[in-house]
Design a protein around this ligand. Sequence first.
Ligand SMILES: [Zn+2]
Length: 67
Amino acid sequence: MKNYIKELKGERKEKRYKQCEECGKLIEQVSNRTKYCEECARKIWEEQNRKNNRERMRKIRSKDKSL
Ligand SMILES: [Zn+2]
């Protein structure tokens, strides 16, 4: 696995690679904001979405109670 990463790095010097902050997978750094591989990015995005929705629901519910 480590050899594979080394080869990948050596072959394409014009491309920048970094490790996914979540799973450590090597990913192509498209922009400075790239932190996660596609899988983790989607997972994190979905989780944040879910959290935001829950927060929104709670706010709506608590508003209903006070009425
Ligand atoms: Zn990842």
